[in-house]
Design a protein around this ligand. Sequence first.
Ligand code: MN
Length: 152
Amino acid sequence: VSHYMVKPIKMKGLLEILRNVVETDSPAVSAALSKSLAKPEEKPVTPRHILLAEDNPVNQQLAIRLLQKMGHTVVMTGNGREALEAFAKEEFDLILMDVQMPEMDGFAATGTIREQEKVSRKHIPIIAMTARAMKGDRERCLEAGMDDYISK
Ligand code: MN
């Protein structure tokens, strides 16, 4: 193990570690990296179809790049209303939901999805993305029907 992260995983920290690993001086790590890059089919990550709801353009690009690099497919939406439209059209494995968005925020969108699921009897994992790691955020996310949260 050359690096480790303390949960909750932050995007900034994840990027930093990826950068460090890629720019490492260690020949052993470099060799292991190029080997793993040469054989993408051996990636332990199961490809998922992810719905991303995020209004900040910088965070959008960051998240899309990271997720696609991990082998996932991503549908990008800019607010809760757009996320609901995408959710109605397609099947997803996971939703990454920004909390603060214009038009409809992440709490309202999650609430609507959970209402719909009372009929469909499904449960899609919804992970909140919050800018502030404030005390009480986790409770508020869980109350809104989110399964977990990561701070950005
Ligand atoms: Mn936002």
